[in-house]
Every structure is written in structure tokens, then in C-alpha cells.
Design a protein around this ligand. Structure first.
Ligand code: URA
Length: 433
């Protein structure tokens, strides 16, 4: 089977066979297929697309390209959540304990942040002593006894995606629905969770800029997951502004803990309740309303917060920092960003906000950069709010030893004002199951 012929088939709009797709993926992973042929293949897929069957085959070939994580030692319904990417996204810190408090099992593997996106592992490491490196025995024991654990990714999970994604990034082939679906689902299906809730972000700060494309991606991923024998639901949520109010590391831990204590921002709490109710519906067969009632209860009566404390303790973190936020890393200087005119907030550009936070020191510019855990920002105003000149738009938590001027300018540019009244979109746009 010649790579040339497979690329030509796709270029000419023909349906590929499973062996053809397997040969492209395995050749690329073992190095026998050069980058230029893979780049041509990806561009052919970008323009010609793939049908559901081809996308499933691509996903499965990628999934089996490296280690597979078996969760057989865990009793109960194991469930995972995946977000297609956002800024200020501290969902895993809250959702894991909420689901564990409801009897589900959350064996979460998360990543670090790079560029404009933050990472769950970095946020948790703002808590002194918190270790995201557990061995397999500790990992399984933690899930069985507490119900939730969050660790960094280990092993050689889906090497095909690492190589293909790096090439997509430099060949303008990232925003292809079948390629995104295969990339996400290959990683999710490499870990043997029984259930999966996908949080598909829609809007200026997301891969999917409009609802129609987001629905197509969600349907495709739900179909792939279901075909692989998993229970899958996708929630479509608005990403026209960052999630919640805090962006940074220690400040996002504070916002997550506030939410677990039932006084988090309303929009973030709403997303948590929706995702948790969907997971509970998958794991316990409850109707949505009934599931949401149970989620509301564990947030209100402290059970979700207690689970978070148990998880922090098990993973070596300093619980005193959670009980008293003043012990968490803090910025040495605070400032505010004020509106320079009247108007309505029309958009808060997530990518720009994420880059501004990174430039303040909250994120990594390169893999080697060291994060400043205490810096970040709080968005005080949101899309739709009426603003008068001089109003505080954001609180800034700064390291005075850095030159923060470019980051603050970027932040100002990211918050767009309009003269006309703006109606904020609702947060939950659809659910595909
Ligand atoms: N997230 C992924 O993991 N892969 C994509 O292609 C897009 C978003």
C-alpha cells in the first residue's frame, strides 16, 4: 500500500479503508512516512473531510499507537470529563470532588499549561506539597478509597496524536472537525473509563466558533465514544469570555474552593452543575433534573468540599492552605484596570486574556518557563455589563519585579467595549447525548 495512493484517494474525495488509514498512522508513528506526506494527507482530509466510519478508524488507530490505561482495579462507575479548551477553566478541580461525593469514580489525568491556556496540574501545584505523581497502586487505591484523584499524564499515551498535532499546528490543519474529533477521542478512549462527559466550548475563545460546527463535532465524538462501548454526553458551553472570574493559579484554586463551598461565581457553578448532572445521569441512570438536584445538595451540604480536602490530603497537599487562603502563594502587588470610556462590554477575548495572564507570569511561554503561582487577575465585569469611564474592569495580582506594562495593555485590548447595548449569550447552549 503506497502512501502516495492513499493521499491521492483522499485528495480525490474517495472514502479510505481501515487498512489505508492504519498504514498512514502506523507509518507516521514509526517514522517510515515522512512529514511532507503526512502534511499532504492532513490537508487532503482538511478539504475532503472524513465520514463517521473513517473518523472512527482514524481514532482507533491513533488510540492504539501507545500505552492503554486499564482501570480494572477500580470498583464502580469510572467517569472522565474533557473540555475542548478554555481560559480560566478550573472545572476539573471542582467536578472531580463533586462526582466523588455522589459515588462516581474519577481517575483524572490532566496536563500542564502552555501559551494562553492554563493547566490543572499547575493550578493544583499552587497548594504546597500537592503531588500529581502517584504510582499505579497509589492511583488505584486513591480512587477506590476517596473516589477522586488528579495526576499528570504518564507513559506513552497516544504518541500518534502528539506527532500529528505538532504537524497540524504548523500546516494550518488544526480546525478540521474529523481531525479534532479523532485527536480528542483517541486520548480519551486510551483510558478505560466507562463514562465520558465532553465540554465542547463554542465562541471566540474556542476551536469551534459557531454552534453549528460545535454540534457537528459533539455528535461525531459522542458517536465515536458510543461505538467504542462507552457512555458519552457532550455539553456545548459558551466561550465568548473566560470561565468564572479568576485567571492564574492560586487565584483559580481559591475560586474552585469557593465554588465547592457553594459560593462560587454563578456561571461557573451552573457549568459544574450541568456537567456533573450529565455524568450522574450516565453513571446512575438518573433523569437530568433528579441528577441536578443531587449535585446541588452535595455543594450545599459540604460533601463536595470535604472530598476535595480528602483528595488534597491524600496527594500530600497542605490542607491549611485550603482552609485559610492567606496561606496560598500571593502576589506582592495589586492594581486595577479601569475603563477609559463609557459603554457595554461586548466581548472578552479569551486567547488574549490568557496571553496577558501568561505575560504576568501565570503561564508558560516555553516548556521551561517557571510559573509565578501568586500572580493573575480577576475579571470584575462581564459581557453585557454597562460600564462608566473609571469603573474597575479587572483586579491585577502582580509581581513588581516584572515589567507588566505590555501584559496590562494586552488585557485592556482584550476587553472590547461597544456603544450599543449587548445581550450576553446563555452559558449552556445545548446537550448532545
Ligand atoms: N484538543 C485536542 O486535544 N485536539 C485537537 O485537535 C483540538 C483540541
Amino acid at each position: 500500500m503506497r502512501a502516495y495512493d492513499i493521499i491521492k484517494h483522499k485528495r480525490d474525495g474517495k472514502k479510505l479503508t481501515q487498512p489505508e488509514i492504519a498504514s498512514i498512522v502506523s507509518g507516521f508513528v514509526d517514522g517510515s512516512l515522512p512529514d511532507y506526506q503526512m502534511a499532504a494527507f492532513l490537508m487532503a482530509v482538511y478539504f475532503r473531510g472524513m465520514d463517521e466510519e473513517e473518523t472512527y478508524w482514524l481514532t482507533d488507530c491513533m488510540r492504539t499507537s501507545g500505552d492503554l490505561i486499564n482501570l480494572d482495579g477500580i470498583e464502580g462507575f469510572t467517569v472522565d470529563k474533557h473540555s475542548t479548551g478554555g481560559v480560566g477553566d478550573k472545572t476539573s478541580l471542582v467536578l472531580g470532588p463533586v462526582l466523588a461525593a455522589l459515588g462516581l469514580k474519577v481517575a483524572k489525568m490532566s496536563g500542564r499549561g502552555l501559551g494562553h491556556t492554563g493547566g490543572t496540574i499547575d493550578k493544583l501545584e499552587a497548594i504546597k506539597g500537592f503531588s500529581c505523581e502517584l504510582n499505579t497502586r497509589q492511583f488505584i487505591d486513591a480512587v477506590n478509597s476517596i473516589g477522586v484523584v488528579i495526576v499528570g499524564q504518564t507513559g506513552n499515551l497516544v504518541p500518534a496524536d502528539k506527532k500529528i498535532y505538532a504537524l497540524r499546528d504548523v500546516t494550518a490543519t488544526v480546525d478540521s472537525i474529523p481531525l479534532i474529533a479523532a485527536s480528542i477521542m483517541s486520548k480519551k478512549l486510551a483510558v478505560a473509563n466507562k463514562g465520558l462527559v465532553l465540554d465542547v466550548k463554542v465562541g471566540s475563545g474556542a476551536f469551534m466558533k459557531n454552534l453549528e460546527d460545535a454540534r457537528e463535532l459533539a455528535r461525531l465524538m459522542v458517536k465515536i465514544g458510543t461505538q467504542a462501548g462507552r457512555k458519552v454526553t457532550a455539553v456545548l458551553s459558551n466561550m465568548d469570555e473566560p470561565l468564572g472570574e479568576m485567571i492564574g493559579n492560586a487565584v483559580e484554586v481559591i475560586e474552585a474552593v469557593d465554588t465547592l463551598r457553594n459560593h462560587g461565581p454563578q456561571s461557573f457553578t451552573c457549568l459544574i452543575k450541568t456537567l456533573a448532572a450529565e455524568a450522574l445521569a450516565l453513571g446512575a441512570g438518573l433523569k437530568r433534573e433528579e441528577a441536578e438536584k443531587k449535585v446541588t445538595e452535595v455543594l450545599a451540604d459540604g460533601r463536595a468540599y470535604a472530598k476535595f480536602l480528602e483528595m488534597v490530603k491524600f496527594q500530600g497537599g497542605d490542607v491549611a492552605m485550603i482552609e485559610d487562603y492567606s496561606k496560598l502563594p500571593a502576589a506582592r502587588k495589586t492594581d486595577t484596570l479601569k475603563a477609559d470610556r463609557d459603554g457595554y462590554i461586548s466581548k472578552i477575548d479569551c486567547e488574549e486574556i490568557g496571553l496577558a495572564a501568561m505575560m504576568l507570569g501565570a503561564g508558560r511561554e516555553t516548556k521551561e518557563s517557571v510559573i509565578d503561582m501568586g500572580v493573575g487577575l480577576k475579571l470584575v465585569k462581564h459581557v453585557g455589563d454597562k460600564i462608566s469611564k473609571g469603573d474597575v474592569l479587572a483586579e491585577l495580582y502582580l509581581n513588581p519585579e516584572r515589567d507588566n506594562s505590555r501584559a496590562i495593555e494586552r488585557l485592556r485590548e482584550a476587553i472590547k467595549l461597544s456603544d450599543n447595548k449587548v445581550v450576553a449569550q446563555k452559558l449552556i447552549l445545548d446537550i448532545v447525548s
